[in-house]
Ligand binder design. Structure first.
Ligand code: MRU
Length: 348
């Protein structure tokens, strides 16, 4: 497999795979070696590697490298390793889709080839496809943005969450690149602050004007007419257009609907899961109490709640299609009416 370098993952073309520790951003840019699939599973679980497209790509490359380094390996071992990677996180379907592609599950068993050469070529095509899809989504979505618009986004959906220019943040970057004068309001995204730590980091790098807000301030901005459009990413889109994304997305969709602000989900078609008939079928990850009881990052660990406090910490929520103005995929922009008409079934 050829050498590559993206904002949060790089491979030297030999044995060295590294990922940027996203937990430490924005102040510390620390690369970590991934020596094995179990390293990658830990990095994904602890959100050093995060974002739906990135975790799929990172797990695929980790699987390839394991086979490359391992010499003689049984098929059973390779299958088991892919299963371990598949289970690193449950909600973003890109992880499962990419690993299923690596394992060639669409082919009859006898035709599946787990040689280093074949796995390298699949992993390379997965990465290139993600880069291309990011570009297409960004160009499509940027058409919706007018000069002077203020945009709200939630979580982080940019170049550190994908191997390309991002999904929702890719659209924002593309509009800015086209010279549109935009301003981005960034939800900080409690509890893990992907907006406050990562989206701000990316926007600052790109010199895109932004204002960071706490999640509970978005309604006040909308009521004041200060938000023209909302773009968010997606971790899994069900057949009917309901979709899972970072916790807090649903609340943004509700307030956007109340204030008549257009609300768009943005994702590659690999985020669509036709086996989920609606959002009710999407598995939602629950995470540790400590994330809600306090915060951690490059600044250290802080706890403000009693250590024994009972918490509720779903990492994602489901936004029903009724609140979606359109989904922007790399294949096109699909309105709520089209989504309700089962347009996503065309991906089967
Ligand atoms: O828990 P995270 O940080 O991996 O959640 C990420 C999101 O919810 C993103 O919006 C989604 O993965 C799209 S990233 C391009």
């Amino acid at each position: 497999m050829n050498k590559f370098e993206y904002l949060s993952i790089r491979y030297d073309g030999d044995d060295k795979l590294e990922v940027l520790d996203q937990r430490k951003l924005p102040d510390v840019e620390e690369w970590m070696l991934s020596n094995s699939p179990s390293d990658m599973v830990s990095y994904i679980k602890q959100l050093s590697v995060r974002g739906a497209p990135l975790i799929g790509v990172a797990a695929s490359v980790a699987l390839y490298l394991h086979v490359k380094k391992g010499g003689e390996m049984t098929r059973e071992h390779i299958i088991e390793t892919s299963q371990q990677l598949r289970q690193a996180r449950p909600t973003a379907v890109n992880l499962m889709n990419n690993l299923d592609e690596m394992m060639q599950l669409s082919l009859p068993e006898a035709e599946r080839d787990y040689s280093v050469k074949r796995l390298a070529s699949i992993a390379e095509s997965i990465i290139q496809r993600e880069v291309d899809m990011c570009l297409k989504m960004s160009q499509l979505g940027a058409q919706l943005i007018n000069d002077g618009d203020n945009i709200l986004t939630h979580c982080n959906t940019g170049a550190i969450a994908t191997p390309g220019m991002g999904t929702a943040l890719g659209i924002i970057r593309e509009a800015h690149r086209q010279g549109k004068r935009i301003h981005v309001y960034v939800d900080e995204t409690r509890p893990l602050l992907q907006g406050g730590r990562l989206t701000t980091y990316e926007l600052a790098r790109e010199k895109i004007p932004y204002t960071l807000i706490c999640d509970n301030m978005a309604a006040t901005l909308m009521a004041a007419g200060k938000i023209q459009r909302v773009f968010v990413g997606a971790d899994r889109i069900a057949r009917n257009g309901d979709f899972a994304n970072k916790i807090g997305t649903y609340s943004v969709a509700v307030i956007a609907k109340y204030h008549n602000v257009p609300f768009h989900g943005v994702a590659p078609w690999t985020t669509v899961d036709l086996s989920c008939l609606s959002g009710k079928d999407i598995p939602i990850e629950e995470r540790a109490a400590a994330e809600v009881q306090g915060a951690s990052g490059a600044f250290g660990n802080v706890r403000w709640a009693p250590a024994a406090s009972q918490t509720f910490n779903p990492a994602f929520d489901v936004t029903p299609v009724d609140l979606v103005t359109s989904h922007i995929l790399d294949t096109g922009i699909y309105t709520q009416e089209q989504l309700k008409d089962n347009v996503l079934m065309n991906f089967s």
